[in-house]
Design a protein around this ligand. Sequence first.
Ligand code: ZN
Length: 357
Amino acid sequence: MKLLHFLPLITAFFVSCNPPEGDYELDYAHAPGANASLSPLGGIKVLQSDVKFDQDLYSVCVRGGNRFISDKNLLLETQLAYAAWLSAAGHTEREWELFSFELADDCPDNQEYLGAVVLLDEGLDAGSSELNSFPESRIICQRSGYSYSCSAQSGTVGLGRWGGAGYSYNPRTGKWIAITSYNQARATFSQNIDWYSLAEHLTGNEQLSQADKDDIIASYEALNDSDKNFDELVKFNKKLANKKLISAKDKEFSRLFGEFQRSNNAKLNKVYKPKLGLYHVLLHEVGHNFGMLHAHETQPPSFISVETDGLKVKIDGRTQYVATMAYGEPYMYLTADDIAGVKSMRKDTEEYLASKL
Ligand SMILES: [Zn+2]
C-alpha cells in the first residue's frame, strides 16, 4: 500500500505593487521554481503530465460587468497579456491550447479557476474585503507667488500572485501522485482608479503617427471581433513592442493640475480618481501570476539574474535597467529584462517539476 501525504506546496501571496523609493540598479527577479508550480508555466507541465490533477485546462476567469472596460476588451487584453508572457517564455500555439479564458459574473477565489483577472468595482463588490486593499489617491497643490506645484499621493493600484496547490506524493520516490489547486493565480485591480482600455489608449496616443495608430487600432478591432489564435495575439503584442509604446501618465492628475494652474486658488487638497490605461498594469500583474517579482525588490525568496541582457534607458539623466516588473515603468510590452526573467522562471520551474512529475 502506498503512503499518501498531503502537504501544502506553496503559500500563495499577493505582491503589493508600489513604486520603488530611492535609487535602484534594476534587474529581473522571480520566485524559486518550487514556489510557482501552479503558475501558468508550471501548470502547463502539470497538465501535460500523467499526475492526477483536478483540472483539464488552465482556466482563467475574466470577471465581466465592470463599469470601466467592456467585457470584450477586457477578455482580449487578458489574452494579450497571457500571450505576451507565454510567448516570451518560448511557448507556442501548442501550449496556448491548454488555456481557456472565460467571462464570468464572478471569479471567486477558489479551485474552480486556476487564474482570474478582476477589476474591482464598488457596485459589484460592495462589502468585499478586497476593496480594502486599495487606498484612495489624493492630489495636493500649492501656490506661492507665481510658482505652483502639485503632487499626488497614490497607493497600490493592482495586486498579483501565483497560485497555490497541494499534492500527495510517494515518500519512497518523492514523485507526486495527485495535485489539487487551492488558490488561483489572481490579478486584482483597484476600484479607485478610472481604468481605460488599450483601444482608448491608442486613440489618444501621441507617440504614434496617424498611419501607425490606424494600423494598430484596426488590428485591435479585428482581434476583438474574431476567434483569435496565439500567433495573432503575439503579432499584435509585437506591434506595441516595435513602437516601444509607453502608457500615458495619469490623465486626471494632468487635468486637475491644469485646472489649478488656471485658477486663483492658493491650494488644493482632495481625493481624486487617477485615470490610467489598464494594459501596462495588467501585463505587470499577470507577470506576478507567472512567478515574476519586482525588479527593484531583490531580497529572498526571489531569484535574481546576474547575466541580464537588460534594457538600458535614461531616467532623469541616469542610465538604468528597466522592466515591466519594475513598477512605475509603464511599458506596454515586455522588455529585454522581462523576457530574460520569464525564460529563467520557466527553466527553474521545469527543472523542479522534472524531479516531481
Ligand atoms: Zn507588482
